[in-house]
Ligand binder design. Structure first.
Ligand code: PLP
Length: 409
């Protein structure tokens, strides 16, 4: 029989452990800076007004049923998701060299991409290595390991400047074997909040082109980072313009606040060539087989909500407004936190708080300082010193800044 007795206890997921500890804390001052989800200024989850409208529309539709979606998902959703990430006028779309598959949010898209590469990214019979930024979203390690793709890392975060270690990153990309898979965060890098500048992206692309590396973009924060959908997709637009063959994992969790609905998409883009559209058709056929065996077909409701918004001009404009509300509040909290720390004269430099972008900031606090914040001040953040800016609001930013000031001194 199956020797279940031999199954060892696995460690708890650190982030979910942190959430549990926060919930158990009875202090009225407690602050949750671990959570990777948007909170409004009263620390509550925010259902986007445009999502509420789409929900109304769907609920009032007498034709709505609960049938299965096709294997590749809701076409009205994947078509618009593709236009959103590549730009509606992208030649990749008109030349029919993109195929899109609806996935279980961004995680499912990264997984489907990893699985596809594990199966088909074989050069001279060898599976290639994926290079992940150091640090990266912890789940990247597990997802690629699960499908048997070996992992290497490239330097990313410079502890001194609390910005990008661009020289280190370039050196590793240049030294990596040709045709390595390079995982890139399209915008709002998790966990550091540090993104390359447009000029740096051009250099990265040039280097990757020279080494024939394969770009794997993970895009979990389009529109959520800067408030501007185009700007947050600029790196992907540039790589596609440069003619790269690449893949994209796209999440609608953060930018629509559809976390639990698991709306996402995986895109494969072929390089421009006379047989690009045939290659794309073959890739689509294989993705369908992988999808069928993994999840059969994707969940319907989140995709319907997103599709309703993406296919309606007025709702789309309202969504952009909602995105600006979320990103604007986060940017305000960055400014407020930096200003408070500078007013207090907290030792160190704090410009990185406003230089970094998106949901997260890498504060530079040490593990000992993080633990002290938790034990003495009821402030919860991951051990690496990452804070979720969404956990800050006008009521707790002062308290947090003072707590940081005390543990840093
Ligand atoms: N990739 C990155 C870098 C992320 O930060 C996240 C979410 O935190 C995801 C992917 C996937 O999230 P989800 O599966 O909820 O879309």
């Amino acid at each position: 029989s199956f020797p279940a007795e031999a199954v060892p206890q696995a460690p708890e997921d650190p982030l979910f452990g942190l959430m549990r500890a926060y919930r158990a804390d009875e202090s009225p001052d407690k602050v949750d800076l671990g959570i990777g989800a948007y909170r409004d200024n009263t620390a509550k989850p925010w259902v986007l007004p445009v999502v509420k409208k789409a929900d109304e529309i769907l609920r009032n539709d007498p034709e709505l049923n609960h049938e299965y979606l096709p294997i590749a998902g809701l076409a009205s959703f994947t078509t618009k998701a593709c236009e959103l990430i590549l730009g509606g006028a992208s030649p990749a779309i008109s030349e029919k060299r993109v195929t899109s598959v609806q996935t279980i949010s961004g995680t499912g898209a990264v997984h489907l991409g990893a699985l596809f590469l594990a199966r088909f990214y074989k050069i001279h019979g060898a599976n290639r290595t994926v290079y992940l930024s150091n640090p990266t979203w912890a789940n990247h390690n597990q997802i690629f390991t699960n499908v048997g793709i070996p992992i290497a890392t490239y330097p990313y975060f410079d502890k001194q400047t609390k910005g990008l270690d661009f020289e280190g990153m370039k050196k590793t990309l240049a030294d990596a074997p040709e045709r390595s898979i390079i995982l890139l965060h399209a915008c709002a890098h998790n966990p550091t909040g540090v993104d390359p500048t447009p000029e740096q992206w051009r250099e990265i692309a040039g280097l990757m082109r020279a080494k024939k590396h394969f770009p794997f973009f993970d895009c979990a924060y389009q529109g959520f980072a800067s408030g501007d959908l185009e700007r947050d997709a600029a790196a992907i637009h540039y790589f596609v313009e440069q003619g790269f063959e690449l893949v994209i994992a796209q999440s609608f969790a953060k930018n629509f606040g559809l976390y639990g609905e698991r709306a996402g998409c995986f895109h494969f883009v072929a390089s421009p060539s006379s047989d690009a559209s045939e290659i794309t058709t073959r890739v689509a056929s294989q993705l369908a087989i992988l999808q069928r065996s993994e999840i059969s077909n994707p969940p319907i409701y989140g995709a319907r909500i997103a599709s309703t918004v993406l296919n309606d001009k007025a709702l789309f404009a309202e969504w952009q407004e909602n995105l600006r509300t979320m990103s604007g509040r986060i940017i305000d909290m960055r400014k407020a936190l930096r200003a408070r720390l500078e007013e207090l004269g907290t030792p160190g430099t704090w410009n990185h708080i406003t230089d970094q972008i998106g949901m997260f900031s890498f504060t530079g606090l040490s593990e000992a300082q993080v633990m002290k914040l938790r034990e003495e001040f009821h402030v919860y953040m991951t051990k690496n010193g990452r804070i979720s800016m969404a956990g800050l609001n006008t009521r707790n930013v002062d308290y947090f800044a003072k707590a940081v000031d005390k543990v840093v001194r």
